[in-house]
Design a protein around this ligand. Structure first.
Ligand code: ADP
Length: 478
């Protein structure tokens, strides 16, 4: 079986342990064995980053552009192959896998351009003879800790801006899906980036992630993952006043109003709730539906969902791939039991299904007769599960939308301009979608949430520089 090592100081380094990366569509298929770093290897990577960062911080925008553009071009050229790898290790369908890889390539291209656009401001002083300039400098060494559900796009949207703005990187991917990060590291290793600027340290969150977060030379950590881990990380980083950026869970509402086009609403709900096996922090897990359309919407959802093909992520025609692993499948099934106990009515799916291959398959589950206070509608399951919350009108729908501790994305399906605009202004979420699924975002605009969903500055787009740079204000008297 192929062994994949960590990338530290420009070298491929083995670790004392390795872990098997298992294909969730077929658990007899092992993608590879991936090194599991220990704390001393994290220290080596930080030392390498510390030695390399000052020079990289002074590299020209052209050098940074060329390197990021090289990485983006290669990702896009190899999108079919890398998309297949992604689907094999993570379980989203091949078209979703290729789509994610394409997005990652485009992100590198976007940040290649951003490297050229780093600028400052000239501001007149209130005092005579003085000129003031602001400029942006790299933050320093950054730790980038990522989850398994977007194993290519999330590393890309953290690594690309980190490098574009002159930082050195320690990247720790999730244990369950390190193959895409390894492939990305391999491309970066041939990009001309000086050794030590980018380091891949794979392994456990409790060991590698913890060592990164606690290393005093790491100036900031950008993390995407669970709320629990994110909160702990923020507390640790705050103690030594390091910068932190967290993207965590969602319990995203999709409101369906009486006046909506039913086809638009069903497309948005099925895509938002169940595509990528519901394993997206932007998934529409709460479907908030007004009285007048409720029964027709439920019927149309059942019809549409009964046609969804749950199967091997790489098989042609698959709509919904497997759940990532056994623990997640059990968690999903426990939430299905919980919803039933809380009074929800399972109207479609929600069953473990067997396919030709031995994988973690679950048919997407739709519940009716749920309320917004049920635990099922408050906690993020991270699976293909959705609950319909029946409301009497738009006002109640908006109240339910905002009655949550999370606030990543909120959607509304309506043909009313008045309601669409009101919702856009009043939904307490970092992102709002009108007549679109809550999941599925562009790569060149800010991404992030409010309340318990996110902490710190926005990721992606031109806003990414707020995390990866520090502002210096310079006064000159002449
Ligand atoms: P998920 O359910 O998406 O895996 P987690 O929050 O458990 O969410 O993991 C997200 C990332 O955070 C993974 O790379 C994981 O290894 C890492 N991680 C988990 N625990 C810690 C920790 N205590 N310190 C740092 N990183 C951690």
């Amino acid at each position: 079986m192929t062994q994949y090592n960590n990338y530290i100081n420009g070298e491929w380094i083995a670790s004392p342990h390795a872990s098997k990366n298992i294909n969730p569509s077929d658990i007899t298929d092992i993608v590879g064995e991936y090194a599991q770093a220990d704390a001393s290897q994290v220290n080596d990577a930080v030392a390498a980053a510390k030695a390399a960062q000052p020079l990289w911080g002074q590299s020209t925008p052209q050098q940074r552009f060329d390197i990021l553009d090289f990485v983006g071009t290669e990702i896009l050229t190899r999108k079919e192959e890398l998309g297949r790898l992604l689907s094999r290790e993570e379980g989203k369908t091949l078209s979703e896998g290729i789509g994610e890889v394409t997005r990652a390539g485009n992100i590198f291209k976007f940040f290649a351009g951003e490297a050229l656009r780093v600028g400052g401001e000239h501001i007149s002083s209130v005092r005579p003879g003085i000129e003031i300039d602001t400029m942006r400098e790299p933050l320093g060494i950054v730790g980038l800790i990522t989850p398994w559900n977007f194993p290519m796009a999330i590393p890309a949207w953290k690594i690309a801006p980190a490098l574009a703005f002159g930082n050195a990187v320690l990247h720790k991917p999730a244990e369950l899906a390190p193959a895409c990060s390894w492939a990305l590291a391999e491309i970066i290793s041939r990009s001309g980036l000086p050794k030590g600027v980018f380091n891949l340290v794979m392994g456990k969150g409790s060991i590698v992630g913890n060592a990164i977060v606690n290393h005093r030379d790491v100036a900031g950590v950008s993390f995407t993952g669970s709320v629990e881990v994110g909160r702990t990380l923020a507390a640790t980083l705050a103690k030594r006043l390091a910068r932190v950026q967290l993207e965590m869970g969602g319990k995203n509402p999709l409101v369906v109003l009486d006046d909506t086009d039913l086809t638009v609403a069903v497309n948005a709900a099925v895509n938002g709730a169940f595509f990528s096996t519901g394993q997206r922090c932007t998934a529409s897990s709460r479907l908030v539906v007004t009285d007048g359309i409720h029964d027709r919407f439920v019927q149309a959802m059942i019809e549409r969902m009964s046609k969804l093909k749950v199967d091997d992520a790489l098989a042609p025609g698959t709509d919904i791939g497997p759940v990532i692993d056994e623990a997640q499948l059990e968690k999903d099934l426990a939430y299905i039991d919980l919803a039933k106990k809380e009074g929800g009515k399972l109207v479609q799916g929600g069953e473990r299904v067997k396919r030709g291959k031995n994988g973690w398959y679950l048919s997407p589950a739709l519940f009716t007769e749920t309320t917004n206070t049920m635990r099922f509608n408050c906690e993020e399951a991270f699976g293909p599960l959705a609950g319909i919350i029946r409301v009497k009108d738009y006002d109640e729908a908006l109240a339910v939308t905002n009655d949550t501790e999370l606030g990543l994305c909120a959607g509304v399906c309506t043909t009313s301009l008045k309601h669409a605009v009101h919702f856009k202004r009043n939904a307490q979420a970092g992102m709002v979608m009108v007549n679109l699924p809550t999941a599925g975002v562009d790569y060149h605009v800010p991404f992030g949430g409010r309340k318990g969903s996110s902490y710190g500055t926005r990721e992606q787009g031109a806003y990414a520089k707020e995390f990866y740079t520090v502002v210096k204000t310079c006064y000159v008297f002449s």
